[in-house]
Write a protein that binds this ligand. Structure first.
Ligand code: URA
Length: 242
């Protein structure tokens, strides 16, 4: 595990600004493994050290992994001059974290967006060769056809000539205009463009799962929760060795 400077660790663990953490350290309020430490630049291993401030134990989480239910109208970006972003929805709870979305959903799409401050993890989830699947439910402006299902299975060639990897397309019982889509790629507007090849428009698009991790049904649009350690592990192992 990489080491961190004590002032950075203290700030993240206590949820305070780095300057505030430095003041507490210099005042002798911070203890490392039971000993007062006034060295703001002391390098510590956050996974093994016992950190206390003002007598209270602080726990440090190396990275944050969030499952957010993105509502319509919110953009999948960290910052945007005009629209509310997925990071705006969580930043109040994690003011000191540099969170960003691992993968995008269109402004009009809804569902599971994974937010993290772990760049390596995000890269692994997104790398096309790692093939982490994503599941979507769509509502079309026309009934689903066998031609679409076969076309997706074969690999759709988009209007600009780019050939997509084979994708799963499945009917939803009793809902002729609905479908479940499973992709292992993340090309811009991919699903809309794939259906466009069959002259079908996508009215609603919702992401329900990333790999084996499903969007928690108890979350409402705009709500989020931390991924459990097990869910992070499931996603990590989906990318391992690929
Ligand atoms: N494909 C799309 O067209 N839009 C999304 O938001 C996700 C996948």
């Amino acid at each position: 595990m990489a080491t961190l400077r004590l002032d950075k660790l203290g700030a993240e663990a206590a949820g305070v600004a780095r300057t505030e953490a430095r003041k507490l350290i210099l005042k002798g309020q911070v203890q490392l493994d039971g000993e007062i430490c006034r060295a703001i630049d002391r390098k510590v291993d956050p996974t093994t050290v016992e950190l206390c401030c003002g007598g209270a134990a602080l726990s440090h989480q190396a990275n944050v992994y969030l499952m957010l239910y993105k509502p319509k109208g919110v953009v999948s970006a960290s910052r945007d001059g005009r629209d509310e972003t997925v990071v705006d929805l969580v930043q109040g709870t994690y003011p000191r974290r540099e969170l960003f979305p691992a993968g995008r959903l269109d402004k009009t799409s809804t569902g599971f967006v994974l937010l993290t401050d772990d760049g390596t993890f995000a890269h692994q989830i997104l790398a096309p060769r790692r093939h982490v699947s994503k599941e979507y439910f769509v509502e079309l402006d026309t009934p689903l056809t066998q031609q679409m299902i076969d076309g997706f299975a074969e690999g759709v060639t988009l209007a600009d000539g780019e050939k997509m990897m084979p994708a799963g397309l499945f009917a939803v019982e009793g809902e002729p205009n609905s479908a479940r889509v499973v992709l292992r790629q993340g090309v811009y507007h991919q699903i809309k463009r794939m259906f466009g090849v069959f002259d079908a428009g996508v009215n609603e698009l919702h992401r329900s799962a990333i790999g084996e991790v499903r969007l928690d049904e108890s979350l409402l649009p705009g709500q989020f929760r931390e991924l459990t350690a097990q869910e992070v592990e499931v996603l990590r192992s989906a990318t391992a060795g690929k």
